[in-house]
Design a protein around this ligand. Structure first.
Ligand code: NAD
Ligand code: DAU
Length: 350
């Protein structure tokens, strides 16, 4: 019997992690803590609402007293920490929000864990979910390994790098059992449509322009979100304390090639003639400080813990498109209200 706090479980990746843990481990009690920001959505985990081993708590990790009380009440055995501000463009216009949630929020969780676990770190674990963006950017060759030096460029990646350092500091200084994983770009269902793939699906469907930053030559390394959740499961249960694992699918795409593939799939799904969706591609002003290329070497995870990605990108992208086309209500719900304001601010000035 284990009681596990998962933070950010109403978001994109968190909802997949919560689902996997609740369904795979009926003997665990999963407490999902989420502030329900614009990115958090209880509809993402509606199927779990009535499960006996699941409960939801609305709250803010920046509120130290609230976090301290939550730990005192629940006596968690472990934490899987995903709650974060996650969008690079938003971090460029509002860095402080990222410092608050990603840095202060993480330290609040670490402090509460320390207070409650300090007499017995060996039976507790703090798992911190991080990103490959902490490593900075690559040129045309090479890959990020677990020993690549941190070199973050955006306020988002700087805040994630800082939180990683704090997690390591609590392991090295206090002896807390902590593990970290750094993953590449995820894609799949329930992805908020401010990010490249869901935003493009939404725009193509509505015959709106697809905004590509710069020349579309930046490269990202895409991983099916359920494969990320499976990796988190394996690392959480089997990694040695104090270790770090890179997670990625060896699946690099330039943004423009990815969007052409997506347009081809959308043409087929929407019964459009070939090439029709691609006419919506519009090159817009580049993102400030835009990292050129990410590529993850996940061989340590594959060799030491036996994890392998399960899905080819073309198949995963088609499944993703199918999910968005058959979940119109979800998409309409999250793109009403504040989303429209964000979209105007972010894209009309470009
Ligand atoms: P997301 O933005 O979809 O979800 C974040 C969740 O955190 C939301 O449900 C939100 O309500 C919640 N949250 C935000 N601030 C909070 C606060 N102060 N207190 C409590 N809850 C709060 O993000 P995501 O894409 O699912 O990313 C989840 C984690 O994985 C993040 O830590 C991110 O850095 C990391 N990550 C993401 C990717 C990716 O491709 N999306 C890749 C690697 C790592
Ligand atoms: O690498 C992991 C990271 O991947 C995560 O840590 C972040 O939380 C997640 O948001 C993601 O960051 P990116 O900045 O890579 O994702 P995004 O979908 O915003 O952008 C992907 C690429 O597409 C990037 O090169 C910028 C470009 N882009 C993005 C948007 C939103 C466009 O060309 N046009 C757009 O409108």
């Amino acid at each position: 019997m284990k009681k596990i706090l998962i933070t950010g479980g109403a978001g994109f990746i968190g909802s997949h992690v919560v689902r996997l843990f609740v369904n795979k481990y009926p003997n665990y009690q999963i407490v999902n803590l989420d502030k329900l920001t614009y990115a958090g959505n209880l509809n993402n985990i509606k199927d779990l609402e009535n499960k006996a081993n699941y409960s939801f708590v609305k709250g803010d990790i920046v509120d130290a007293d609230f976090i301290s009380n939550l730990f005192a009440t629940h006596k968690f055995d472990a934490v899987v920490h995903l709650a974060a501000e996650s969008h690079v463009d938003r971090s460029i216009s509002n860095p402080l929000e990222f410092v608050m949630t990603n840095v202060i929020g993480t330290v609040n969780l670490l402090n509460a864990a320390k207070t409650n676990w300090k007499d017995d770190y060996s039976s507790h674990r703090f798992y911190h979910v991080s990103t490959d963006e902490v490593y900075g950017t690559l040129g045309e060759t090479g890959m990020f390994t677990e020993t690549t030096a941190y070199d973050p460029h955006s306020p988002y990646s700087a805040s994630k790098a800082s939180s990683d350092h704090f997690v390591r500091a609590y392991h090295d200084t206090y002896g807390m059992d902590a593990v970290i994983s750094n993953c590449s770009n995820n894609y799949g269902s329930h992805h908020f449509p401010e990010k490249l793939i869901p935003l493009s699906i939404h725009n193509i469907k509505n015959n709106k322009s697809i905004p590509i930053y710069g020349k579309g030559e930046n490269i990202r390394d895409w991983l099916w979100v359920e494969d990320h959740a499976r990796a988190i499961d394996v690392i959480f249960h089997t990694a040695k304390t104090g270790t770090t694992f890179n997670i990625g699918g060896h699946n690099e795409w330039t943004n423009i090639d990815l969007i052409h593939l997506l347009c081809k799939i959308m043409d087929k799904k929407l019964n459009r003639s070939e090439g029709e969706s691609a006419k919506l591609i519009t090159f817009v002003k580049d993102r400030a400080g835009h990292d050129l290329r990410y590529a993850i070497d996940s061989s340590k995870l594959q060799k030491e813990l036996g994890w392998v990605p399960s899905l080819q990108f073309e198949e995963g992208l088609e499944k993703t498109v199918d999910w968005y086309l058959s979940n119109e209500d979800w998409l309409n719900n999250v793109t009403s209200g504040d989303y429209k304001k964000y979209y105007e601010q972010q894209y009309t000035k470009r």
